[in-house]
Ligand binder design. Structure first.
Ligand code: PGA
Length: 250
């Protein structure tokens, strides 16, 4: 049985003080939520999370990692240090990283491998643009992104990872995928995992949906067969909204 996951991607929002305020407020909601909750916070908030996340039943991770333990990589984040701060997760290949920071499938593959080497669970983001959807390329794009991201990992059976399907046209736009649209791509990813890596990997890997998930639309999406959770941007910034979304994943 795959555990349901509700993850918040805070992007470049919240200071360390606001992070503390969020976690304090989360104390009122944590007992009403049964799924695993995770926050992907800006790097300067990771040490705050390392102090307070456990009491809030919250796991956390970075929004990026560089594929090296240390070195002359100005502005980058070491997966070794992220892990040693108590983080369990690394968000990898978010569409904003792919488009605004020119991350390629090849770099993403190195990041996935490096995260795993330093005991961070990669949450790998994939998803098509509007133009790709309109030209019928959704499955092909998602297939390429998933298989390339995993291409350097030798034995996936012993590696925990999560796929987050986030159609680019749904991110931050308020235009959520319909439950049917999301379910179709999730089913495709599930069968891709089975055909490429076997039934164990396919059955055990959570596939999350992301892109304009809100308290109002979460329940319908959560009912779909292959939707094992959510990656939530804007609506993860308010504890009450994030909790309502997490509660839809019972
Ligand atoms: P959104 O962002 O929920 O604000 O659309 C999702 C994401 O970028 O992960």
């Amino acid at each position: 049985m795959r555990k349901k996951i509700c993850a918040g991607n805070w992007k470049m929002y919240k200071s360390p003080t606001e992070t503390r305020d969020f976690l304090r407020a989360w104390g009122d909601f944590k007992n009403s939520v049964s799924c695993q909750t995770v926050i992907f916070a800006p790097a300067y908030n990771l040490s705050v999370l390392s102090e307070v996340a456990a009491t809030a039943n919250m796991q956390f991770g970075s929004q990026n990692v560089y594929p090296a333990k240390e070195g002359a990589f100005t502005g980058e984040l070491s997966p070794f240090v992220v892990q040693s701060l108590g983080a369990q997760w690394a968000l990898i290949g978010h569409s904003e990283r792919r488009t605004l920071f020119a991350e390629t499938d090849e770099l993403i593959a190195k990041k996935v491998l490096s995260a795993l080497e330093f005991q961070l669970k990669p949450m790998i983001c994939v998803g098509e643009t509007l133009a790709e959807r309109q030209s019928g390329q959704t499955e092909q794009v998602v297939e390429r992104q998933v298989t390339r991201a995993l291409s350097l990992v030798k034995d996936l059976n012993s590696c925990p990872f999560v796929i987050a399907y986030e159609p680019v046209w749904a991110i931050g736009t308020g235009q959520v995928a319909t439950p049917a649209q999301a379910a179709e791509v999730h089913a495709h990813i599930r069968s891709l995992l089975a055909s490429q890596y076997g039934d164990v990997v396919s059955n055990e890997t959570p596939i999350l949906y992301g892109g304009s998930v809100k308290p109002e639309n979460a329940s319908e999406l959560a009912k779909q067969n292959n939707i094992d959770g959510f990656l939530v941007g804007g609506a993860s910034l308010k504890p009450a909204d994030f909790a309502m979304i997490a509660r839809s994943l019972t």
